[in-house]
Design a protein around this ligand. Structure first.
Ligand code: ZN
Length: 422
């Protein structure tokens, strides 16, 4: 299909979704997540009673709630906390609103005050209880003693910046186990140096407020590409960074490069995604594909993947720019290729070739601990800059940006200056 035809189909589709939403009678009044050390409550309030349906999916474990003929309007989603690791809301083509909560696989899910998974109601609540001994990732807001009711409403707009959701970055150390990757002339294994750089990068990210890293592998073992992507999605990653060290026959070739997925690689992957029902069940944003006409489903995957590549280029440019500080850069622009590991349709993804392990000078560099630390720091700086420039909704980055804007307004008000409030 040509680009013009795609954009026509997309506009028609968006128009269809919008017009269905416009007729919706019910409104999502509030969505609250209250977390205590071992219990997390999800409360959903609607403007009117409407048929609702919920179910649980695995890998990643998620609670899916479908609200019939409902609109989100301006309701801001609360940050994920406690046993809820991520959440999203997406209008469905049939006018339903789908809420998707990624939940701790170890938590016990219990509907509160409903007896079935299908009901007509104006309020829904779920409780997630962690089994003893399991840690609840991201538990941050301790609100009220257990059992206290009614639950206090948390308004994201008035919350301090520290309450923003963490952005999750998946760090993928290339190769591992029986796959050593490239091997340098002096005997350096790619799988070892990239694991070290990845661990340093993850540690640096975890020191940064508002950011959290997950490693797809943290030891010397083999993972298939799709398993790497699956782990990143299961963790709710908002960015995927695969760390490698390049190799070519010519030992004089050296330097760093950064790759994102090519359009060709993307279109090859779309048919696979559509064929794979488990993957295709829902895209980020809560968009379900399993109930869609095949043409609409392929448009949705195409849209998600084009957006993914666009965001990936923006993020990769920042990483390439900061790598320039610590190593020569092989190519001045972000490169595009069909690497399998970049083919997630909904997570911006990049592959960093930190250096050429086939170049004796780069191999030497990769063997110096302080140089590996510098490479990790440079990747971190680029990633952080990306989130500063493009803060995800509800993230700490987004809240800090709002706070800074509010400050700017105060700073320019003359009466504030006169009152000495600066
Ligand atoms: Zn590699």
């Amino acid at each position: 299909m040509t680009g013009r035809l795609w954009s026509w189909v997309v506009s028609a589709l968006l128009l269809a979704i919008t017009s269905v939403s416009a007729q919706a009678a019910t409104e999502l009044r509030s969505l609250r997540i209250e977390s205590q050390p071992d219990t997390t409550q999800i409360r959903i309030d609607l403007s009117a009673s409407t048929p609702t349906r919920w179910f649980v999916l695995d890998q990643p474990r998620r609670l899916v709630v479908d609200l019939s003929n409902t609109v989100k309007s301006k309701q801001v989603l609360p940050p994920a906390s406690g046993a809820v690791r991520a959440l999203r809301a997406g209008p469905q083509a049939n006018g339903d609103l789908r809420l998707v909560f990624e939940i701790d696989p170890a938590a016990q899910l219990q509907p509160v005050g409903t007896d079935g998974s299908s009901n007509r109601t104006a309020a829904l609540a779920f409780s997630l209880t962690s089994s003893p001994g399991t840690s609840v990732a991201g538990a941050s807001t301790v609100v009220a003693p257990v059992g206290r009711a009614p639950l206090k409403e948390v308004k994201a707009a008035h919350a301090p910046p520290t309450s923003g959701r963490e952005v999750i970055v998946a760090i993928d150390a290339g190769h591992g186990g029986q796959d050593p990757g490239a091997i340098g002339r002096a005997g350096t294994y790619e799988k070892d140096v990239v694991l070290d750089i990845s661990k340093r990068l993850a540690a640096r990210i975890n020191q940064e407020p508002g950011m959290r890293a997950v490693l797809t592998r943290d030891g010397d073992y083999f993972l298939k590409h799709r398993e790497r992507i699956r782990r990143a999605r299961a963790a709710g990653a908002q960015l995927f960074v695969s760390v490698h060290a390049d190799a070519v026959r010519d030992p004089s070739v050296s330097g760093s490069s950064v790759y994102v997925l090519s359009e060709k690689g993307a279109s090859d992957e779309q048919s696979r995604w559509l064929a794979d029902r488990e993957n295709a069940a829902d895209l980020a944003g809560g968009i379900s594909l399993d109930d869609k006409d095949p043409v609409i489903a392929s448009v949705l995957v195409d849209l998600a993947q084009s957006a993914q590549i666009g965001q990936s280029v923006v993020a990769a440019e920042r990483v390439l720019r900061s790598l320039r500080r610590v190593n020569e850069v092989r190519k001045p622009q972000v490169q595009q290729a069909g690497f399998l590991v970049l083919k997630s349709p909904d997570i911006p993804s990049m592959l960093v070739e930190t250096a050429f392990i086939s170049s004796p000078s780069d191999e030497r560099l990769l063997n110096i601990e302080s140089k590996r630390a510098e490479l990790a720091d440079a990747i971190f700086d680029g990633v952080r800059q990306f989130f500063l420039d493009h803060p995800p909704e509800g993230s700490r980055f987004a809240l800090e940006r709002e706070r800074d804007r509010a400050r700017t307004v105060v700073a320019t008000a003359p009466e504030a200056a006169a009152a000495g409030k600066l």
